[in-house]
Design a protein around this ligand. Structure first.
Ligand SMILES: [Zn+2]
Length: 139
């Protein structure tokens, strides 16, 4: 798995849409740590049940020994969603599309990953959560 720095252009898309990478972490690179509002995690869990953006192959967490980690996702939080085999896409208020591996949920909850504020805001917005103030607090 190659690491894509945050907010670089997504490399797999063949259209001209602006798509930015978030959360493609690798152990050889430092990443931003901090606290993420739990509403953002809930939003990502809701969105994780959408398997439209299935990736080729499965990516494992390279920071721990978690074997096929999963979360409970979907609007009812009752669907087991395997992390590492699909992407989560969210759209910001300005139309920018962000794409993250669904492992980003595991990175946030288990490895203190703190995604860019604009991505967290877009995730909340995509599921219709109104938010005020900061959603992330970096260490
Ligand atoms: Zn892990």
């Amino acid at each position: 798995m190659t690491q894509c720095p945050n907010l670089t252009r997504y490399s797999y898309d063949e259209s001209d849409r602006e798509i930015l990478n978030v959360g493609w972490l690798a152990p050889e690179h430092d990443y931003r740590k901090g606290i993420v509002d739990e509403r953002v995690v809930d939003a990502l869990r809701v969105l994780s049940a959408d398997y439209d953006n299935q990736m080729r192959g499965v990516h494992h967490c390279e920071f721990c020994d978690a074997d096929r980690p999963f979360v409970l996702g979907s609007p009812a939080m009752d669907t087991e969603v395997w992390l590492g085999s699909a992407e989560i896409r969210v759209r910001g208020a300005d139309g920018t599309l962000y794409t993250a591996p669904n492992l980003v949920i595991h990175y946030i909850t288990e490895h203190q990953y703190c995604p860019p504020e604009e991505f967290c805001r877009a995730a909340a917005r995509t599921v219709g959560i109104e938010t005020a103030g900061q959603l992330t607090l970096a260490d």
